[in-house]
Design a protein around this ligand. Structure first.
Ligand code: ADP
Length: 326
């Protein structure tokens, strides 16, 4: 395709979710496989909307790893950046939303293959051909794969890609909240575009009020676009850039679509995938508030549609579905 390439870097894993809703993991009568991992979801979101996407990451050389690669290929996501670890196994998670509203997680990660990607294993040719390089793994900013992560970011950036980051915070994966915050902030100022949820904004700033000042306290000097997603309240955007030495900046919000929500898993990834699908071929959208708002409306529609079906990957919309909702 003649579309610019979005390369999404990070983890792909299988969530095992109870066959019935509202139970604890221990009480589940059985589990269904739900393939996911935020960066993989984003790659598939971009592709399902008609874009050109590749996934870079490491899987186990096992049944689950090959199953996941097959899902990428079936969704027209390039897998020439996928490597397999001979020893470690594919990451797995057991996840449930209990009746009391609490999420319960259990991870197989001791360590899993995704955490063992090394800089030498990176497909640099692929990474250098990215027009957008996206990353957003939950726990791949710790060694040994941290150095692969940093190298991939640097190679993409030096080759002219726009860098996009979604921290995808899942606290149970971290020894402490402080460590999670430190790791996220350690790669914060590399990105051109950052998307956080309202919860992540609270966590990262330590503030319990979500306002413009709180969001802007996360701004870094060469950031171009900061997005805060607000679930069924849509999203807020913040930009700041120089045009002919005059500093331009604008901010605002874009309303969500009203839909019949069943399962919000993957909404944020659909949102990011839709945004990247649009800005990959025209980075200047970010500097034009009218066009940016159009794109964020499209991204909100994609997020909303994803909440109307169970799971993440099966629920990601096509362009026709998104345009119909709009
Ligand atoms: P994350 O998954 O990162 O927490 P959100 O849950 O905020 O992100 O969802 C991302 C986007 O998806 C939102 O900005 C919104 O446009 C859309 N969305 C999410 N939940 C709903 C909902 N219940 N109804 C309509 N749109 C939603």
């Amino acid at each position: 395709s003649d579309r610019g390439l979005v390369v999404s870097f990070g983890e792909m894993l299988i969530d095992f979710v109870p066959t019935v809703s509202g139970v604890s993991l221990a009480d589940a009568p059985g589990f269904l496989k739900a393939p996911g991992g935020a960066p993989a979801n984003v790659a598939i979101a971009v592709s399902r909307l008609g874009g050109n996407a590749a996934f870079v990451g490491k899987l186990g050389d096992d049944e689950f790893g090959h199953m996941l690669a097959g899902i990428l290929r079936k969704n027209d996501v390039a897998t020439d950046g996928v490597t397999y670890d001979k020893g470690a196994r594919t990451a797995l998670a057991f996840v449930t939303l209990r009746a009391d509203g609490e999420r319960e997680f259990m991870f197989y990660r001791n360590p899993s293959a995704d955490m063992l990607l090394t800089p030498e294993e990176l497909n640099l040719e692929l990474i250098r051909s990215a027009k957008v390089f996206h990353y957003g793994s939950i726990s791949l900013i710790v060694d040994p794969c941290r150095s692969a992560h940093l190298k991939a970011m640097e190679e993409a950036k030096n080759a002219g890609a726009m860098l996009s980051y979604d921290p995808n915070l899942r606290l149970p994966l971290w020894p402490s909240a402080e460590e999670a915050r430190e790791q996220i902030m350690s790669i914060w100022d590399k990105a051109d575009v950052i998307k956080v949820s309202d919860n992540e904004l609270e966590f990262l700033t330590g503030s319990d009020t979500i306002d413009d000042a709180t969001a802007m306290s996360l701004w870094h000097p060469h950031l171009k676009l900061l997005l805060v997603t607000l679930g069924d309240h849509g999203c807020r955007y913040y930009t700041k850039h120089a045009i002919w030495v005059k500093l331009q900046n604008f901010k605002g919000s874009v309303d969500a679509f009203r839909v019949k929500t069943i399962d919000t898993t993957g909404a944020g990834d659909a949102f990011v995938g839709a945004l990247l699908n649009r800005i990959v071929d025209d980075h200047s959208i970010i500097e034009d508030e009218v066009r940016l708002r159009e794109v964020l409306k499209f991204a909100n529609a994609c997020g909303a549609i994803t909440t109307t079906k169970k799971g993440a990957i099966p629920a990601l919309p096509t362009e026709a579905e998104a345009l119909e909702l709009i």
